[in-house]
Write a protein that binds this ligand. Structure first.
Ligand code: HEM
Length: 229
């Protein structure tokens, strides 16, 4: 491919990366809102969470959004791998590497590593809950699949690996935070939305979003573990 062709395809890839990444940010908000119901304790919380899970797996429009989410996750991962390899190959060795921290933040230089940690987390996460909910054997409660009990049992002190699960989730959320803080504002930049008036606000929102969302996600397993001690 000519240099011009390579540049065009890299720009298209950055665009796709930004679009899929920003869509996945909206998914995270919806997913977090649903998961916040895990803070409601007792029978009321169990009913609310199971009804929410039933709605998410059966309502046609939500199902359609789910397929879009899976497609975005896949595109974002594949595109991210290609861009990371391309950046590595085109990066001059030695001199820029030494001055790396002066040129870009730690997160921006390690988006590939952070993305890989999140992808590993996602595979394990989907296998634990999503696969079980869709294809596995589920306990039932009041005529609904009892996902609430499955989630609580996973983050329970009675589960010999419960504490490992909690720590793993907290660590994965740290990687997600670094990935989002850089990715959020970088996504807007890749779409060409850079303006002296709006960029500072986008950066501030990126910090709030990138720290707030993973923090709330991380508190959930810790809360579930402690309240079952
Ligand atoms: C405390 C943290 C979290 C808990 C307790 C949790 C819980 C769950 C549960 C119970 C499901 C299955 C729902 C279903 O299939 O109906 C699910 C699905 C999913 N989770 Fe999470 N989740 C957490 C964090 C995350 C994070 C941080 C991400 C992404 C980085 C994520 C991505 C997903 C995806 C992509 C699905 C599949 C959604 C779909 O089928 O539409 N989750 N999660």
């Amino acid at each position: 491919m000519s240099n011009n062709g390579l540049l065009k395809s890299s720009l298209a890839k950055k665009y796709l990366m930004a679009l899929t990444g920003l869509f996945l940010c909206t998914f995270l908000v919806g997913h977090l809102a649903g998961n916040l119901q895990l803070f409601i304790q007792g029978a009321e919380g169990q009913q609310a969470f199971n009804e929410y899970a039933e709605f998410m797996t059966t309502f046609p429009l939500v199902k359609l959004l789910s397929y879009l989410t899976y497609a975005c996750v896949l595109f974002h991962i594949v595109d991210g791998i290609v861009l990371t390899i391309r950046n590595r190959k085109s990066r001059p060795v030695g001199y820029v590497k030494e001055k790396g921290s002066a040129n870009a933040s730690w997160a921006s230089r390690n988006m590939g590593v952070l993305g890989t940690i999140i992808a590993v987390f996602l595979v394990s996460h989907m296998q634990t809950f999503w696969y079980k909910m869709h294809f596995g054997e589920m306990p039932m409660h009041d005529g609904l699949k009892d996902l609430h009990t499955v989630v609580l049992a996973f983050f329970s002190p009675e589960n010999s690996l419960g504490i490992v699960a909690v720590l793993g989730y907290v660590l994965a959320q740290m990687a997600l935070a670094f990935h989002l803080v850089h990715g959020f504002q970088s996504g807007f930049q890749s779409l060409g939305l850079r303006h002296p008036k709006y960029t500072p606000a986008i950066e501030k929102t990126g910090y709030l979003f990138g720290i707030g969302v993973p923090l709330l996600f991380a508190i959930i397993p810790v809360f579930l573990y402690i309240t079952q001690l």
